[in-house]
Write a protein that binds this ligand. Structure first.
Ligand SMILES: [Mg+2]
Length: 445
């Protein structure tokens, strides 16, 4: 009897929301009260090997149901696929999902539908890495460069990065990989922390958390800015006094400003030596970022957490609009598109300092930076992964920080698996936490 090849049998989706707005965790100039949420997906198979593919995209609360529905709309492309073929070529699913001739109208390659594609593809990569019994960073760093190139969609970016460029970069990136892997396993990858700097925190809390960050080994912290200039001057002075001169302080406006405001506001804060200004204006405004960069140097310009795809990143790089490129593991079309973006950054020589935080974004994106260090850029110089100390306890393999550095995750997969009890408690609106919460507020349980 011939064994039937294993298939994807189900694409299960979950609306998971955490009540973070109550502590002002995550508050910034544009998002005063986020409830950090995951539109979560599990790919189930009939392989009987115990492996599932877990993935998600991050939202800030309301609308997470819309995001979940978008993932569900991809189901017909995924259910019934051969597990072996899917894991051998996630790029084939990427092309099918991006190319869906009806869903494409909702993008193309941007917004809710594209984030849904990212969640699904990240789940495929999680499954592929589990089947290989490797953490994803290691799978990516060990595979043939030719195969990695086959996973990249060069459409619309070939004028800046050709497949030949990508192959050359990945082959050159392999030199010395074994030594870097040893170093990574020993020393981890540098991080920086945003935990002190949320806009809703008092000055005392800012001072305490900034000092704690330095004591914990971080060499960079980040402050949210952009709501009130006098407040920002006071908070930046407070932070600088707390950490001293040797620590980098990045600032983040979360898209609050017009271009001229961004320039004036950043220059008004320059006396405190901010390392970068993040998201000074709309993530779609490439020429605006370029104008800000020219006017605020030597303060660096960083963006990316809301950059919708590789094509906008390409233009930011071509226009000389950014000093620091901030990939997000769950904004674009998954690992495949982030490979394209990492390759673009390497081609242009721009350091990648990923956006993270939210829920689970640290867990995911560490794999991409570690791959980049091992097998593409070959360096951690001027590269740091954002770290926010929230919600890690909900994952089966949470990030491990030591001396301000991310330890290399060793569990097979993409570190995306959320604890079953967390999903049961925070599933919206019928998880045990939300039911009890409504009852406590006098609503209908
Ligand atoms: Mg940010």
């Amino acid at each position: 009897m011939t064994a039937t090849p294993a298939r994807i049998t189900a694409v299960d989706t979950y609306d998971v929301r955490f009540p973070t707005s109550r502590e002002l965790d995550g508050s910034d100039a544009m998002n005063p009260d986020p409830d950090y949420s995951a539109a979560y997906v599990v790919l189930r198979t009939d392989a009987h090997d115990g492996h599932e593919g877990h993935g998600f995209t991050f939202t800030t609360g309301r609308g997470n149901d819309v995001q979940v529905a978008a993932i569900g709309a991809l189901r017909p492309h995924i259910v019934g696929r051969s597990v072996q073929e899917l894991c051998a070529d996630p790029g084939s699913l990427s092309r099918d999902l991006i190319g869906d001739s009806q869903l494409r109208w909702l993008g193309p390659e941007k917004g809710v539908m594209h984030m849904a594609i990212g969640a699904a593809l990240n789940a495929v990569w999680d499954l592929a890495a589990k089947r290989e019994d490797k953490p994803l960073w290691q799978l990516l760093a060990h595979v043939d460069p030719e195969w990695l190139v086959s996973q990249v969609d060069f459409r619309y970016i070939a004028d800046a990065l050709s497949p030949e460029d990508a192959l050359r970069l990945l082959r050159e990136g392999r030199t010395g990989v074994a030594g870097r892997e040893t170093a990574l396993l020993e020393d981890g990858y540098p991080g920086y922390t945003t935990s002190p700097g949320w806009l809703g925190y008092s000055d005392d809390k800012l001072t305490r958390l900034a000092k704690q960050a330095v004591a914990d080994g971080f060499t960079q912290i980040k402050l949210k800015v952009g709501a009130d200039l006098d407040d920002d001057i006071r908070r930046l002075r407070t932070a600088r006094a707390a950490v001293g001169d040797g620590i980098r302080i990045a600032i983040d406006a979360n898209q609050r400003w017009n271009v001229d405001e961004a320039i004036e506001w950043t220059n008004a804060l320059a006396m405190f030596d901010p390392y970068w200004i993040e998201e000074p204006t709309s993530p779609d405004d490439i020429l605006g970022h370029a104008a800000v960069r020219r006017a605020v140097a030597p303060v660096k310009v960083a963006t990316g957490e809301h950059v919708q795809n590789r094509i906008v990143f390409k233009q930011l790089l071509q226009a000389g609009a950014i000093d620091v490129l901030q990939i997000d593991a769950a904004r674009v079309g998954g690992v495949n598109e982030n490979l394209a973006i990492l390759l673009l950054a390497a081609k242009f020589g721009v350091p990648v300092c990923p956006h993270a935080g939210g829920v689970g974004l640290c867990e995911l994106v560490q794999h991409l930076s570690m791959f980049d260090y091992l097998a593409l850029s070959g360096t951690t110089e001027n590269r740091v992964i954002e770290f926010v100390d929230h919600l890690h306890e909900h994952f089966t393999a949470p990030v491990i920080m030591r001396e301000g550095r991310y330890r290399a995750p060793l569990a097979p997969g993409f570190s995306a698996t959320m604890r079953e009890e967390s999903i049961a408690a925070y599933h919206y609106p019928d998880g045990t936490f939300w039911v009890a919460d409504r009852a406590a507020q006098g609503g209908t349980a």
